[in-house]
Design a protein around this ligand. Sequence first.
Ligand code: F6P
Length: 376
Amino acid sequence: MATKIKRIGILTAGGDSPGLNAAIRGVGKAAVGYYGWEMVGFRDGFRGLVENRRIEMDRAAFSGILTVGGTILGTSRDKPHRMVIDGETKDMTGVIRDNLKKWGIDCVVCLGGGGTAKNALRLHRAGINVITLPKTIDNDVAMTDATFGFATALDIATEAIDRLHSTAHSHHRIIVAEVMGHRAGWLTLGAGIAGGADVILLPEIPYNIDKIVAAIHKRTKRGSKFSIVAVSEGAMSCDDARIYESAEKSLRRAKTLNGKIEAKREIAALDTRHQGNTMRLAHRLEELTQLESRVTILGYVQRGGTPCAADRILATRLGAACADLINEGKFGVMVAARGEQTEPVPLEEVAGKRKSVPLDHPWLETCRRLEICLGD
Ligand code: F6P
């Protein structure tokens, strides 16, 4: 059923990602140009809805932004229900609902990943019309074939691994390249295959260092005295995975608030310790293989700069489809990519879920046929 839309809001939340501006433009051109609505941008994620960080966006606002990296609206990881205001953590959901009513905003488009879908769902349950678009370089949003940002980050990480090859080869070294992706291995797996890595370590497959050493020794015996190890920032050894699993189990089983706080503290301490994991892995590999080892952390380079063509197309078509769904009055959904089509998916089916690499994924099979070590 078509609704009487006059004015929509848009914001970007979570880590930035190539293609965000292409998506803002896609929504904007369809909303303002095709449908004739007004559009308001909110700066810095959900905080913009609280602190009235508004920008009126007319056609001119969408000019020249297709190729621009980052987000012209700015972003933050602020949550509507737990926002720090004047040093105090407050639930701002009611304030947001009142503000949107006061400003005459009929719905808010939220561009973000899994965390944004969770926050948007909370707003939807509070009676606010929301719709989300899936962005993240991690490609870990549930219920969509793809997220914009991933293809660009994949190109960047692949090029980096390409370049590491010649220096690793020249110095007869192991180079351990740490790739982003949070708790999902898509980026490492893709870049590892495309860049010709010899070892690929993912959060989904806890590794045994002896298996990695054996794979490197095999290469040395065959005459290749260098190796490229692509490791996800979230990858961990079998021992560490067991420790995490037990901490997560304690959190799930905690019955009291204090028990929950304690379990969360333990996980946070493990996260802090995990930060040096790639360095420790390289040291250990050097000790065990007697090959000089170096680390390259690809870091934020992976999500900076202009989006590739595939991300521009994906972000633009999701943006245009988003305007159609708003026109149909379909709220509380994420605009998912399904092949060449798009599909509205209820936020309940997206929020709190992560799309990890399935253990029977064909890319993993490809690795095994090519004798790429997966650490297991
Ligand atoms: O979700 C995108 C991402 O770049 C992850 O790959 C990474 O773990 C995280 O964001 C880094 O977050 P921040 O920008 O807060 O350091």
